[in-house]
Ligand binder design. Structure first.
Ligand code: SAM
Length: 200
């Protein structure tokens, strides 16, 4: 019970910080064209998908690309400010649905997906502070993936930061039965991103 309240407060604090960021008009450096997203989405663009879940969608830049290769995209974020902004920006896309959701609440009631995008989001869930809960969460995410479905995992890395984190997420998903199909380093100018595609 105490843990539940603690995690709730932890998420509320993070959400507050992120909303302040969005309310200042900041967009994680996203522009109309984002080369890292194009290159990461290329890794999963060899087929068409029925239902995609974009987790921590922010302003919906991944959802925008996903909408071209999926029948339906569910763009979710803990921040209602981000979702409102994304909804307005992508109002012409009839196959994107926008929902305010905390990834920590992921459960079978969210439905099944043949593509799940986890771009720059898992490290907000306190994986180091709450490793047991985090692993349980990864299990629930894995359960949302339909047979032959995929997870696209992308992390920005700066020297000594996030690299090991992404590798540990990949290892955890592999332990949960997913197979690692692709593992790429994406370089865009001075920036480096690690991207992995896992398949059920
Ligand atoms: C760095 S931004 C990435 C946005 C987008 N994926 C992209 O790459 O452009 C991280 C996003 O994750 C969202 N987020 C953080 N914790 C979350 C949680 N527990 N559940 C859902 N979204 C969360 C934040 O509100 C923020 O919009």
């Amino acid at each position: 019970m105490f843990k539940k309240i603690f995690l709730w407060a932890f998420d509320l604090y993070k959400k507050h910080n992120m909303e302040q960021y969005y309310l200042q008009g900041k967009a994680w450096g996203r522009k109309d064209h984002n080369e890292d997203i194009v290159r990461a989405m290329d890794l999963v663009s060899d087929r068409h998908y029925r239902r995609c879940l974009d987790v921590g969608a922010g302003l919906g830049h991944y959802s925008e690309y996903a909408a071209k290769i999926c029948d339906e995209v569910v763009a979710t974020d803990i921040s209602s400010v981000a979702i409102g902004w994304a909804q307005n920006r992508l109002r012409h896309f009839k196959n994107i649905r926008f929902e305010v959701k905390n990834l920590r609440d992921a459960s079978a009631s969210w439905g099944g997906f043949d593509l799940i995008i986890l771009a720059e989001v898992l490290y907000y869930l306190g994986d180091e502070r709450f490793p047991v809960d985090f692993k349980k969460l990864l299990r629930r995410i894995t359960d949302l993936v339909q047979e032959k479905g995929r997870i696209l995992l992308v992390n920005y890395v700066s020297p000594g930061r996030n690299e090991e984190q992404l590798r540990s997420y990949v290892n955890d998903f592999v332990k949960m039965g997913l197979s690692l199909e692709k593992n790429e380093t994406i370089k865009v100018g001075q920036k480096t991103f690690l991207a992995a595609v896992l398949r059920k």
